[in-house]
Design a protein. Structure first.
Length: 340
């Protein structure tokens, strides 16, 4: 049987194009095998188990929460959270990212999660980040669909594409590395309305005032970082931040003690106060302590319905411990009542 030479040449060209595409994606740090899908288990949790009907927590109204589990490799350890268009994206202490759809009932309550995807965060050369270099603590969704991911241990702020291909590095202040402890880095990164980035550290090597940690504000080209500070409540540390529709900020603060366990505060910070040399301090909107559900909450994200309602999500880092959980809690807050 004679073989059509045109057909053979076409097949060879198709194979070469496919090989070239694989090479280019690999060179860009986008590993085709690093985006598997998996099952996600989402068990609803009440705000307070002894009073399952309770919904009010300070200035917030509880709209549902989930305890999340999955057999997908590396699931857990969530330290950064972004929610947009009904999909949650998290980054973990082990250099992984996961995203999943949020499912609400007819009353708008969060009741389930589905369509889980995940993968590795990558080094500039396309290799997965590993070990101490994989400790991702914050994720910031950008308007163009890209992501900013902050790492501690080896402090850095990297930009990734919409599908988590490595794009580049944001130059950080020269003083930041020597100033921050390895395990208390940039846990709160948020873009202000004027386009600048606000960076808030969890800790400091220098003798700051009690409960005060360093912060910086400036453009993300690294050309003009200005130093300021953040004061948390006694015993608390800033671990996440998100911008409200009006430009003001919500900061998540975390407390931990061997006797008292975990606690969290959600505070409002006025964006007009963000300037060089100031000590930022928030107004408390809600306090999460027993008997309400508590854990190592580290990630916070805000979305809006456009009708005056603001929705707030927080996620916990289970430290891959069976004694903790991956909780995603959902609240609404009316800006008129709490944020003027």
């Amino acid at each position: 049987m004679e073989i059509d030479r045109f057909f053979v040449i076409s097949e060879i060209m198709r194979i070469l194009r496919s090989a070239l595409l694989l090479f280019l994606l690999s060179s860009a740090g986008c590993n085709l095998l690093s985006h598997p899908e998996g099952e996600i288990s989402a068990r609803p949790v009440p705000l307070e188990s002894s009073q399952p009907e309770r919904t009010i927590l300070g200035a917030l109204d509880y709209r549902g929460g989930l305890r999340l589990n999955s057999s997908l490799d590396g699931f857990g350890g969530f330290s950064g959270l972004s929610v947009r268009e009904g999909r949650a994206t998290v980054v973990s202490d082990r250099g992984r990212w996961f995203s999943f759809d949020l499912i609400h009932d007819d009353d708008g309550r969060l009741v389930d999660a589905a369509v889980l995807r995940g993968g590795d965060l990558h080094e500039p050369d396309g290799r997965p980040v590993q070990g101490r270099r994989g400790d991702a603590e914050e994720i910031q969704a950008e308007a163009d669909g890209t992501w900013l991911v902050a790492f501690e241990q080896d402090h850095r702020l990297w930009r990734y594409g919409p599908d988590f291909a490595f794009l580049g590095e944001v130059p950080l202040p020269a003083e930041l590395g020597p100033l921050l402890p390895s395990n208390a880095g940039l846990e709160a990164v948020v873009r202000l309305d004027d386009g600048r980035l606000l960076l808030i550290a969890e800790g400091s090597r220098s003798p700051e005032a009690e409960d005060v940690t360093p912060a910086w504000v400036g453009p993300d080209d690294g050309s003009d970082w200005r130093r300021l500070s953040y004061r948390a409540a006694p015993g608390y540390k800033p671990v996440g931040a998100a911008r409200l529709p009006d430009g003001n900020l919500l900061v998540l603060e975390r407390h931990f003690s061997l006797m008292g366990g975990f606690g969290s505060r959600i505070v409002l910070v006025e964006s007009k106060k963000v300037s060089e040399g100031v000590v930022l301090q928030g107004k408390e909107l809600a306090l999460l302590r027993p008997p309400v559900v508590t854990d190592n909450f580290e990630g916070i994200s805000v979305s809006s319905s456009g009708d005056g309602e603001v929705y707030l999500y927080i996620v916990s880092d289970d430290n891959f411990s069976p004694l903790q959980g991956n909780y995603l809690l959902y609240f609404s807050v009316t800006l008129k009542e709490c944020c003027e």
